[in-house]
Design a protein around this ligand. Structure first.
Ligand SMILES: Nc1ncnc2c1ncn2[C@@H]1O[C@H](COP(=O)(O)OP(=O)(O)OP(=O)(O)O)[C@@H](O)[C@H]1O
Ligand SMILES: [Mg+2]
Length: 269
């Protein structure tokens, strides 16, 4: 009887140790994840600012030539045409303002909590950032934005970061290929709203490894290809209580789906 008791108490001690170890490991994992998000935010910021200076340069050049034209038309006594040039300038200036606002929101290092976010607005912002690249690489966009906001639970900037990475990955996968079509879909499924990002690229080489930190098939030393995008996205979406998954599609290409908690209409008011 005494021996049995001793045995049992040893077993309990062992269990207790194991539980403590588990908890420690879990805490370490949580911390690593938080560190990863922070590191990724910086690298994403670098990527984002490179993209944005590119985005700003174009309208800036255009503004210059419209201004020059405007001056010339005034000199020629054609103020109406000069006025049209001025209108174009103000459109472009407004566009630049929007881009800068996006960057500012992104750079804000605030620890934003989880709130109600408009998924349509998030997609808009990402498309604005990637527009030049998509036009340049002649990518067809298949997306019909819903006419009203689609509210989900998340953090706006972080969600934008996730969608930007999915779209960038899709564009990377299609670079240099004959068929380049990016398909975005928002689907409401009860309590969950899903966003899918689908491309016509070469497909995922090793789906079981793609969420691993630093796993990348892209060339090292380039602006992209840190291999952090998906692992950070995973951590971010998990912190929203959502899901993220990707798979190869029949007929070629990859599809990534993000599942987010839908904000019920009555609560959203
Ligand atoms: N749409 C896709 N099609 C094909 N492969 C993909 C796609 N998205 C991701 N992958 C694969 O998963 C890898 C990891 O993606 P992830 O976004 O984590 O890193 P990355 O894009 O290589 O680098 P980073 O995002 O840090 O710039 C990619 O290198 C690529 O091999
Ligand atoms: Mg990536």
């Amino acid at each position: 009887m005494a021996a049995r008791t001793r045995e049992l108490s040893t077993a309990v001690d062992q269990l207790r140790d194991e539980v403590a170890e588990r908890l420690e490991a879990e805490a370490a994992l949580k911390k690593a994840q938080a560190d990863l998000i922070r590191a990724g935010k910086l690298s994403a910021l670098g990527q984002m600012s490179a993209g944005i200076s590119h985005e700003l340069n174009q309208p800036l050049m255009a503004i210059r030539s419209y201004a020059e034209n405007g001056t010339a038309f005034i000199a020629r006594g054609q103020p109406e045409i000069a006025g049209e040039n001025l209108d174009r300038i103000s459109d472009l200036a407004r566009r630049m303002g929007r881009i800068i606002r996006n960057l500012r929101a992104f750079a804000r290092q605030e620890v934003e909590g989880v709130s109600d976010v408009d998924l349509v607005g998030v997609i808009d912002a990402v498309l604005e950032i990637t527009q030049t690249r998509m036009t340049h690489e002649e990518v067809t966009l298949d997306y019909s934005p819903p006419s009203s906001p689609v509210m989900v639970r998340g953090g706006e900037v972080r969600l934008q970061q996730v969608v930007l990475n999915l779209v960038s990955n899709a564009l990377d996968a299609m670079a240099g290929r004959a068929d380049r079509r990016l398909t975005l879909r928002i689907v409401a499924e009860g309590a969950t709203t899903r966003l899918s990002v689908r491309d016509t690229g070469a497909g995922i080489a090793e789906p079981e490894r793609m969420f691993d930190p630093f796993y990348s098939t892209k060339e090292v030393g380039q602006a992209e290809g840190m291999g952090l995008g998906l692992s950070i996205s995973y951590a971010i979406i998990e912190s929203f209580g959502g899901t993220i998954a990707g798979h190869n599609v029949e007929g070629g290409g990859a599809e990534f789906t993000v599942g987010l908690t839908a904000v019920q209409k009555s609560e959203a008011a």
